[in-house]
Design a protein around this ligand. Sequence first.
Ligand SMILES: [Mn+2]
Length: 158
Amino acid sequence: MKIVVVSDNHGRLEPLKDILMLHQDAEVFIHCGDSEMPAEYLSGYVSVKGNNDFYGDLPEYRIIDLNEHRILVTHGHRMMFLDNREMLVNKAKSLNCDIVCFGHTHVYENRIQDGIVLVNPGSLSRNRDGSQTSYAIITIEGNNIKTKRLEYKFGCKF
Ligand SMILES: [Mn+2]
């Protein structure tokens, strides 16, 4: 199963549309918040509310139940302090999730902490570590969960 994870496009529509087109073989598209867009622009994406999202009524977090795995989707700004991911991990555990997709930091991250897979795709507006704007692909085959970072270049026409 292929899952696409994006975050923090901060008003830029082009990457959201391009990424849907580029990955038509994906089963799920996740948006971890700070789109700064009304809900209609997020169609196709399972989306949550970021600290800069004032349109509509997006939830603070969502759970995607894939039978063998459960993904917690959240922006994460209320559940992180600097490099500390303990609150995110504990929230995932309390909700019986084994994967967390989050955003907010604008820095790509993929680590396993306490058995919980943490994935931050980076930002589709500007990455704070100076790297190219990015998103993530999670591939799940049984118990095997693989994550990779992909770069998004503005103006790409596939
Ligand atoms: Mn944010």
